[in-house]
Ligand binder design. Sequence first.
Ligand code: PGA
Length: 253
Amino acid sequence: MRKQIAAANWKMNLTYQQGAELLKTILSADISLNENQIALFAVPFPYLELANDTVHQKKNYYAAAQNCSDKKSGAYTGEISAEMLKSLDVPYCLVGHSERREYFGETNEILSGKVAICLTYGLTPVFCCGEALKIRDQNAQNSFVEQQLRESLFHLSAEQILNVVIAYEPIWAIGTGKTASTAQAQEMHAFIRSVLQKQFGKEVAGQISILYGGSVKANNAKELFACPDVDGGLVGGASLVASDFMEIIRALK
Ligand code: PGA
């Protein structure tokens, strides 16, 4: 059975002290995860060690980076490499969040390099995809997302793709309070799985976790996660509130 994942994406929010408090509150709550459930905390780089130390004691809770460089090492001032993350024992890394694509010019090609370098160093990339409102209005979301997957993931082998998590995040739903309907989410997730199936085979596609992101809240998580092809969520705003994110973890299948 594929993993069900509740992933917090703090983005560029919270001071170190606020982050420490938030993690402490969530981790001290009595939410035990079963074999198939995972809680992730994608925190700012300077907090990774703290997050790793805090989640250490609890089963299936992990820290994640929000980004990494597509370069191995060298003269790239301000960048963070996959190898550095691995040396801190960080197991997961978000790749290609729409904010990275939009504000930092990350293309499908650059992201294919980031996915590859994460896998080289044994990090699990959480690869984000999703369309803007303009594309959805033209009903072109399927071909758009398929191209993102093709150009960033299809260089992988079936064995490698099994170590990738996918997050579908329609840009029009991120931070807007406008969540995709369960029908819209399920439809796109099933489509993504069908694209993966064509490339990597049915058995492999059936094992890949596909998270939904975009205004996941404590009051809609259960309904979204109940969709057969939705394997949890990538959560921004609601992950900054301990009680909300705890509720979202509890909503995992
Ligand atoms: P949101 O963000 O939950 O605030 O919509 C989701 C994300 O960008 O990962």
